[in-house]
Design a binder for this molecule. Structure first.
Ligand code: CP
Length: 413
């Protein structure tokens, strides 16, 4: 097999050289053919040694680090008593900021997400509550997880979707207003998910929409469903935090490596944590010691708002000193600002050798940069893949409620 592949490549690249030589009037030499093959090989990253390996089947492991904590959704299910009433809040409501959510609604969302995660086949194959519904997924900024997980969540529940990944393919390129585009979306779908670097775009569209819109990241402002996925992960890891009263020994110290004023994930995470102050002993914000003088750690009134809600917040620039005391370490380095991005915290890098508490978990909204070493992937501290996996179930739960189909999967009254 390897021999045949090599022979094919030699003939193919040889013919390319041959064609080239014929055009310039001489015949290709053996060395031309070899050079052509080497160029092709380098281009495709398939060196001969690797091609030889193709003769064996390439196997994969069905269980990987993203399924650490497989049993945890069941424990969270048991910790939260079912009550469908708070989920009615989500009908006829846009999701722009995490601020608008009641803690009871969030808990019931997590419960429904845990129900989906515990038994996905039951809903994905046999009971598809979004049948007949259409999602408009409009992403004007790069995304792997958010766009694809919303799309996956919708399809898993039986719905259809329209995806727009470039605003220049819509009337916006001809000067059409966002308000008018939203008027049209009312006719084409049942729910909109929008990621736009312009923080005001989601507000402009929501003013004329008669179907719900979900903010999937608006510049440096908010990313509410990421925060829901983050807290859902934390509650799966320690379900006692979702109980009506949390014992002092269960309360967590969470370290957030990032900038609340510049990172939408961090801003929304802090806001959702502020809905559950009894679960949190302390939040430690860890940022660069040499922060650019034009950037502040918090926006005006941001810290006051969080403290008033009951969060105990401290600021540090020394990750190594903090790590041994942290139960949850949340790290992010990228902040989307308009059509570009900034990188912060370049001095910080989590590796497997660091002195974590044995039970500590590491979260990251991803995409990964050098701040999160791959050496952590196969350790029990890796809950970031589980965090991304759980986001699908969290979004399934949210979408079901927002298009008023919750009664198909739970008793809502
Ligand atoms: N977490 C997150 O927002 O990832 P994407 O940018 O890939 O959507």
């Amino acid at each position: 097999m390897g021999f045949l592949v090599k022979k094919f490549l030699r003939l193919w690249t040889g013919n390319c050289c041959l064609g080239y030589r014929w055009r310039i009037g001489s015949f290709p030499t053996r060395s031309d053919l070899q050079t052509g093959y080497e160029c092709f090989s380098a281009m495709t990253h398939l060196p001969l040694a690797l091609l030889d390996e193709l003769k064996d089947p390439i196997r994969f492991k069905p269980l990987g680090p993203d399924v650490f904590g497989r049993t945890h959704p069941q424990e969270l299910l048991a910790a939260i008593a079912e009550d469908g009433e708070p989920l009615l809040d989500l009908v006829n409501q846009h999701v722009v900021s995490i601020q608008a959510f009641r803690s009871q609604t969030l808990l019931q969302l997590f419960r429904l997400a845990a129900k989906y995660e515990t038994n996905p086949d039951r809903y994905c194959r046999h009971n598809t509550p979004l049948t007949g519904k259409i999602l408009i997924n409009a992403f004007y900024e790069p995304s792997t997880r958010t766009r694809l997980s919303f799309d996956s969540a919708w399809h898993r529940l039986g719905g259809d979707s329209i995806n727009i990944t470039d605003r220049s393919t819509t009337g916006i390129a001809k000067g059409e207003s966002l308000e008018d585009v939203a008027h049209m979306f009312n006719n084409y779908g049942d729910c909109v998910v929008l990621r736009d670097g312009n923080p005001h775009a989601v507000y402009a569209m929501s003013s004329t929409l008669r179907i719900p819109i979900i903010n999937a990241g608006n510049g440096i402002d908010e990313h509410p469903t990421q925060a829901m996925a983050d807290l859902y992960t934390i509650f799966k890891w320690r379900p006692s935090l979702a109980m009506p009263s949390v014992s002092a020994s269960d309360r967590i110290r969470i370290g957030i490596v990032g900038l609340p004023s510049r990172m939408r994930t961090v801003r929304s995470l802090l806001r959702i944590l502020a809905k559950f102050p009894a679960a949190v002993e302390e939040v430690v914000i860890i940022h660069d010691a040499d922060l650019n003088s034009s950037i502040s750690v918090f926006d005006p009134e941001q810290l006051e708002e969080l403290v008033e809600a009951g969060l105990n917040i401290r600021v540090s620039t020394d990750l190594h000193r903090e790590i041994p005391e942290l139960d949850v370490i949340y790290i992010n380095a990228i902040s989307w600002v308009g059509d570009t991005y900034e990188v912060h915290g370049q001095a910080f890098r989590l590796t497997r050798e660091m002195p974590y508490k044995p039970e500590a978990i590491v979260l990251h909204p991803l995409a990964r940069g050098p701040e999160l070493c791959t050496s952590l992937d196969d350790t029990p501290h890796n809950w970031y893949f589980s965090q991304a996996r759980g986001a699908v179930f969290l979004r399934m739960a949210l979408l079901t409620c927002m298009v008023n189909r919750a009664e198909r999967v739970i008793d809502v009254v």
